[in-house]
Design a protein around this ligand. Structure first.
Ligand code: PLP
Length: 411
């Protein structure tokens, strides 16, 4: 008999060794197991509005449906003309300089464009300034493209805003870019104009490309509108990201965009590199791109949800009430986006591990949240939950959270 050939395991690339995305990680897999065993899990881990009954506005659905028949072929690698014209007009109206359709890219979600724009920029060992906590795709895409994250702290005691001096001290000759997430995921912080001005001045002094992840740009609870980074940046090169996933509650359409603003003479070859990478993946999902123009030029619908009495506003209130009633938690009210990022106080619970807490909350109380350390902060005493469930459900979640924290305090 012939011996069977050796069956060596197929191993993944070492490039992935430091790549994490815990929002859909081990805890989520455990939640799925519990669900298959018949348990009802309250899922507060993903900012997916459709799952909680938030509907994509009808005029966007109609636009996609009406264009299915003429969306069967590949389209322009940078996106549908109608979509890019609407995005360029929006960016110009927000004060961005140097914007033109050839400097707009539509992608399969902002996710794809984050990866593409870092790939077009980085050489091995280049550094990118990222917020800590961050939305972890930014870290993952930096690492996957050979870069090194350098984290600037956004501490709860400073309203989750960065300290510009501390940020500037991190810059080395290898630093290429400064990423801002505003409104922020996971903290809900919204950056004031004076802070943006200081950050732009740093980018100018050190010749850093600015990235503004503004996917939550219209999800604001206190003050609107957002101060867009591109307007403050003026002639300085800036990439601004937006999309349909959050403001238009259409995550599943997979449509996001980036707009390259500032002096075109400084970013000509970088723009060409973006176009090459966009061409390599042919084009973004065509039918869904037809929703962009009606989204940007149609009725604004998110304000009804974020204003007092609106579902998201009331969800935020339920979370703040839950925190106020807790013996363990602190939270500065999120000013924007779809999340709260409570902090567990050390006085009440000196020995606290966020991963253990999140696992126990899932196993013991059937609530799925994301541990703070998943957002690239060391020794986190935070966890993140979404503001998407109905307010009464969120009130009940805080009763369950309190039960777990009380048990942990007694052990
Ligand atoms: N940026 C931030 C800050 C996010 O929170 C998300 C999704 O949660 C994304 C980008 C990706 O969005 P999408 O790929 O759906 O456009």
């Amino acid at each position: 008999m012939q011996a069977s050939p050796p069956s060596a395991p197929i191993t993944p690339s070492p490039h992935l060794a430091d790549v994490r995305y815990e929002i859909r990680g081990a805890l989520t897999r455990r939640a799925r197991e519990l669900e298959s065993a018949g348990r009802a899990i309250v899922k507060l881990n993903i900012g997916n509005p459709a799952r909680y009954g938030f509907e994509t506005p009808a005029h966007l659905r109609q636009a996609v449906a009406a264009h299915l028949a003429d969306s069967e072929g590949y389209g322009h690698e940078q996106g549908l003309d109608e979509a890019r014209e609407a995005i360029a007009a929006q960016q110009r109206a927000r004060g961005a300089q140097g914007v033109a359709v050839e400097r707009i890219f539509v992608g399969n979600g902002v996710s794809e464009l984050i990866d593409l724009s870092l790939r077009a920029l980085l050489q091995p060992g280049d550094e990118v300034l990222l917020p800590s906590p961050d939305y972890p795709l930014w870290s993952a895409a930096t690492i996957l493209n050979g870069g090194r994250p350098r984290y600037y702290r956004c501490l709860a005691q400073n309203a989750h805003l960065p300290d510009p001096d501390e940020l500037e001290a991190l810059i080395t000759p290898r630093t290429r870019a400064l990423v801002l997430i505003n409104p922020n995921n996971p903290t809900g912080a919204v950056y004031p104009r004076a802070l943006l001005e200081r950050l732009v001045a740093i980018a100018q002094r050190h010749d850093l490309l600015l990235f503004a992840d503004e996917i939550y740009d219209e999800i604001l609870y206190d003050e609107a509108p957002l101060q867009p980074l591109a307007e403050v940046a003026g002639a300085h090169p800036c990439l601004s990201f937006g999309g349909l996933s959050k403001v238009y509650r259409a995550c599943g359409y997979r449509v996001g965009w980036l707009s390259l603003s500032g002096d075109p003479a400084r970013t000509g070859t970088y723009r060409d590199a973006l176009q090459l990478l966009a061409a390599l993946r042919l084009c973004a999902n065509m039918p869904a791109q037809w929703a962009v123009e009606p989204a940007l030029n149609g009725r604004a619908t998110i304000a009804a949800l974020t204003a007092p009495g609106g579902r998201l506003h009331e969800a935020r209130r339920a979370v703040m009430d839950g925190v106020a009633a807790s013996g363990f938690l602190d939270l500065a009210a999120p000013a924007g986006a779809l999340y709260a990022f409570p902090h567990v106080r050390a006085e009440q619970l000196p020995r606290f591990d966020d991963n253990t807490f999140a696992l126990r909350l899932l196993e013991e109380e059937a609530v799925l949240v994301v541990p703070g350390s998943s957002f690239n902060i060391p020794a986190s005493r935070h966890f993140r939950l979404t503001l998407l469930p109905p307010p009464v459900e969120l009130a009940d979640v805080f009763v369950r959270i309190e039960r777990v924290l009380s048990r942990m305090a007694q052990e």
